[in-house]
Design a protein around this ligand. Sequence first.
Ligand code: PXP
Length: 246
Amino acid sequence: MTKLGVNVDHIATLRQARQAPEPDPVAAAILAELAGADGITVHLRGDRRHISDRDVRILRQTITTRLNLEMAVTEQMMDFALEVRPDSATLVPEREGEVTTEGGLDVIKNEKTIREATEKLQKAGLEVSLFIDPKPDQIERASSVGATMIEINTAAYAEAVPKGLKESNKAFQSELKKVIAAAQLAESAGLSVLAGHGLTYRNVGPVSDIPQIVELNIGHNIVARASLVGMERAVQEMLEAMNPAR
Ligand code: PXP
């Protein structure tokens, strides 16, 4: 069965909306684990708009599954990751002012920087994953820079079905095919394959059934539901929505 990594960034977004001490993403992460999450993901942004350094440090000491740190390749983030030592680091592009991550890394254009960062993090014992669009040339380059994992960006797939699978159309089918082809290519290149971005209770089924994809990282939609029904129920319901054909 496909694993679920829960991204708790937007619990912190709610806290930061009032610069308050709660809700605490650490508490949310523990509840997510109790509900069956296989890992916890946080994105420490340069502007610290949601997750803070303190959150990552405490998560490192408290959670019992796996901690995945999403990070841009900057000197500051590299120093932080090497100090706090999450289980894995997912390298992502970051543009100041963006609402959310806007696309995958350009591994071809930034090959040297990504290769050096990957090597440094791996030497310190971290697994390194690269967040990339479902494009064959990017996937091939990801394996040649030394990464052992990739996370396929499912944003275009998710955008093709904004209101759910019942409204599936040609764009949905073609975006799904791109994700399937990318997953197959990545696996044949020896990479572990993850996927995420924009996944929801309604659109997660087909992606979670792609056999090469071992784990999904899902954040906003789980937190949105958790704000109404609670974290544990929201995580359990996402796990139930995954793998309909397995
Ligand atoms: N994977 C990556 C690399 C991301 O940047 C994000 C957003 O923080 C996610 C997964 C989760 O996306 P969403 O919040 O849309 O589920």
